[in-house]
Design a protein around this ligand. Structure first.
Ligand SMILES: *Cc1c(COP(=O)(O)O)cnc(C)c1O
Length: 380
């Protein structure tokens, strides 16, 4: 469980942090973990062996600081993106940090700050407002539509009114699974160009943490990078690469944007062990992407199954998903459903608008346990 902070009133904590608690989903020890969108497949023996070899090699140089600019890793990530999306960027257009959460913090540190605004569209990832708070950036949450899509005109209007220096779009969105059509992104980029922040356009970040899980035919925002020096597309090794424990996230953007992030990073922020682990995992990207395909099929099957269920005579509502999770509802008492599943050894997540629940996609055995438990608990 997350331990609440016990901050004494006797410490000069920043006033805006006084009533805050450390963020985090419950970490409970139950058989079926479907709550934080982890990849259910542990690294294979082959992946483990490569990581162990490369970490061993790095261990022999740990008396030295790591490569500050990690160009070898950045080149590996650029190659990977070219293979995955067809979009080729230079190693200098890649940035990485300890999870894409840290990448996002670097973006806030470089482009947000006092007197500036960051904008996103809710319901979305609940960590963004925390980075805004921590960097003294004003936070504004615009609205998504009832089907969780973004209305381009309304988004453009919000951008014109709020004048953010940083716009964060999550695609596929967490917790809804909704992908952003490129036409909508084009409208947002045009609106961002029209915001004058000290003579510059706003920065637009597309958080593609779940990008690899998108359904076929759904494009990546990487395709728009070439025309937009103020666009950044972030990815992570935590989900598709099954490497959440290693903490590696990255983005692709113009060199200019990446160079701005290099100013705010801590010295040697990416350890030699982390760099070695990430490079090793990249050598197995084909194997790891094959597992992503299995998870996409399991996701589509889960959506289809949930759509056959009824709740009090009404069909269950199930959001379209391009991610490795599904948002479904609406339950009059979602907390009770969550609790009932937990009692049966299945941990999912209470998140999103009232009445909805989110389940991460696990192995077929785990999904079978989830379905059995849900039928029992909710009487679907
Ligand atoms: C899981 C997730 C991430 C990944 O965070 P890491 O720090 O890379 O583990 C980023 N953005 C969203 C929206 C996520 O759901």
């Amino acid at each position: 469980m997350t331990t609440p902070a016990t901050v004494s009133r006797g410490l000069p904590l920043r006033p805006e942090l006084r009533d805050e608690v450390p963020y985090g989903a419950p970490q409970l020890d139950v058989p079926v973990l479907l709550n934080v969108n982890e990849n259910p497949y542990a690294p294979s023996p082959a992946v483990v062996a490569t990581i162990a070899d490369q970490v061993a090699a790095a261990a022999s140089t740990l008396n030295r600081y790591p490569d500050r600019d990690f160009l070898t890793l950045r080149a590996g990530l650029a190659d990977y993106l070219a293979g995955e999306s067809g979009v080729r960027v230079a190693p200098e257009q890649i940035w990485a940090a300890n999870g894409s959460n840290e990448v996002m913090l670097h973006l806030m540190q470089a482009f947000g700050g006092p007197g500036r605004t960051a904008l996103s569209f809710a319901p979305t990832y609940s960590m963004y407002p925390e980075y805004a708070r921590d960097t003294h950036t004003r936070w504004v949450a615009g609205r998504r539509e009832a089907d969780f899509s973004l209305d381009p005109q309304r988004a453009a209007q919000t951008i014109a009114t709020e004048r953010p220096s940083l716009i964060i779009l999550t695609s596929p969105n967490n917790p809804t699974g909704t992908a952003l059509p490129p036409e909508t992104l084009e409208v947002v980029l045009a609106a961002a160009d029209a915001v004058d922040i000290d003579g510059a356009p706003a920065v637009v970040v597309v958080d593609e943490a779940y990008g690899e899980f998108r359904r076929s035919g759904v494009p990546s925002a990487l395709e728009l990078l070439g025309d937009h020096p103020n666009l950044a597309v972030s990815r992570t090794m935590s989900k598709a690469f099954a490497l959440a424990g290693a903490r590696v996230g990255y983005l692709a953007a113009s060199r200019e944007l990446v160079d701005a992030l290099r100013i705010v990073r801590l010295p040697y922020h990416l350890s030699a062990v982390t760099q070695a682990t990430a490079r090793a995992a990249l050598q197995h990207s084909d194997e790891l992407l094959a597992q992503v395909d299995t998870l996409r099929q399991e996701r589509d099957a889960t959506v289809a199954w949930l759509r056959t269920r009824t709740l009090g005579g009404e069909p269950l509502q199930v959001a379209d998903s391009d991610a490795n999770f599904v948002l479904f509802g609406r339950f009059p008492d979602r907390q009770a459903v969550w609790r009932g599943l937990l009692d049966r050894g299945v941990l999912i997540r209470v998140v999103g608008p009232e009445g909805w629940l989110r389940v991460s996609i696990g192995t077929s055995q785990e999904m079978a346990a989830f379905k059995d438990a849900l039928v029992e608990v909710a009487g679907l």
